[in-house]
Design a protein around this ligand. Sequence first.
Ligand SMILES: *Cc1c(COP(=O)(O)O)cnc(C)c1O
Length: 339
Amino acid sequence: MIDLRSDTVTTPTEEMRRAMARAEVGDDVYGEDPTVNRLEEEAAAWLGKEAALFVPTGTMGNQVAVMTHCLPGDEVFVEAQSHVYWYENGGIARLSLAQPRQIPTPDGLLTPDLLAAAMRPANIHYTTARLLCVENTHNRAGGRVQRKTAFDALAAFAHGKGLKVHLDGARLPNAAVAQDISLREAAEGADSVMCCLSKGLCAPVGSVLAGPREYIERARKNRKVLGGGMRQAGILAAAGLISIRSMMPRLAEDHALAQAIATALAQLRGVSCDPAAVETNMIMVDLDRSADPVVEALSREGLLCGTAGPQRIRLVTHRDVAGIAPQDVARAFAKALAQ
Ligand SMILES: *Cc1c(COP(=O)(O)O)cnc(C)c1O
């Protein structure tokens, strides 16, 4: 089976398994796990922030981030199809008691103009505008990259309006590699940034949230509220350290493979796939029919993939499929579409 459903299906490398087996550990709720402490220090430097917090999932990282920025009733500006709004079970409303304000975009990329149009002046009737969440790369937009210059301008505009800026950088390493910049440069405009270690970077579990020291200390309390205070978590952090230290450069391979798959699929009848829209490791394939039966037929051809709309299939490249031939993916599609 070729599994292109998501880069979350990556399994830990042999080096990770060895590091996990011999990790030095302690009780992290007491602050005594040396491997978690090392991970949090390195993650902060990696993302260019004062401090960082290890969290079990990206979802918890985002929700802790929002909770730590906001008071009940505050307004949180989100791109209308962003993960923090679309895929986190209403967490902003349930956990932070804050009000998400959706801003639709054609391509997942927020701009100062779009944000300005959504904002309202201070008024007794209006909630307090508190936070802007930005996603990079943008998942539902197909792994689109917000360029550093565009993100910095958006963040500066938001700051000028008195907003804090949270960056959902679940796949920020992909965005950085695609622009040939460092992660800290990609995150520079953000007050807080969440980054997943468990996607293209292959850690089995774990994400990090980074920001100012005082903010991260409050986030640590909020992580405990959500039940995210883990004990000998150094077993997991040991794998995460390898993600941080050495897994980022190889993402360029995933991007090249995605580009090659998109180019092969673009030749097929009944399929619309634009290689120019593939900027990182995701490929969106629009069909002339319902996606679900095609996904089923593809699985019979040995190819696993997901949907991203009624007639849209999503493919994601990652380390565990690095050896596949793009033509094999195209052949599976041709057969599935002929059924
Ligand atoms: C995967 C993802 C998350 C959440 O990460 P989990 O570890 O699956 O909870 C958050 N934001 C984006 C953009 C993602 O793609």
